[in-house]
Write a protein that binds this ligand. Sequence first.
Ligand code: ZN
Length: 257
Amino acid sequence: MAGVLSTGPGRQGGTEAKASIVTISADSALVLFSGGQDSTVCLAWALERFARVETVGFDYSQRHAVELSVRGRLRDKLAGLKPYWNERLGDDHVIRLGALAAISETALTRETAIQIADSGLPTTFVPGRNLIFFCFAGALAYRRGARHLVAGMCETDYSGYPDCRDDTVKAIQVALSLGLDKRVTIHTPLMWVDKADTFAMAEQIGGKAFLDLVIEDSHSCYLGDRAQRHDWGYGCGTCPACRLRAEGFAKFIGRKT
Ligand code: ZN
């Protein structure tokens, strides 16, 4: 993150986050919140910046819907970290997109091995997923009066998904703004940071309490493993999502020592 942009009204909760200048938008934001590490940090990022923050998750018959199941607990615990986060955190929405699974043949929606396909992309790639998510999120934001969408796409150490690219997201922003005839701004605070920086950002935003929450309660593992606890959180430890998270955490800790 380029510099410290904002903070809330005072530093409650005994966090270790750095004091900084407050810039709060009176607007509402809708966060694409899957329950993963990235979207959890994005939710906290939004809670620091917007007067009202709602969340949306998508149920597309994922093979392992663990991410969806951790969302409620994450939201509750987040609200308990800072009083003004509690005040700002609004409704949660879950949109069922079973059709996405019906038209996809991927390792996230079928019992297919996670590997690199002939396309050069991992078999975890769900074609068009983020394009579809943003269309539904845009429609929901329109109805809820939210001008801002916040999402955790990242182009730095991602898996090569073309719909996570900055250009893709910018194109969607233009398409939504035109198609809804209403200005929509998509924020992707993690676009240019790696997983180590995402851990650092979590600590910067909400101190050790929030960092611990991200480690303990957010979920990244493609296989839905919540049985094995590592220093970076729960997961199988070997799928691409676990490896990214583990490597990022090791790098994050390495910088501190
Ligand atoms: Zn895993």
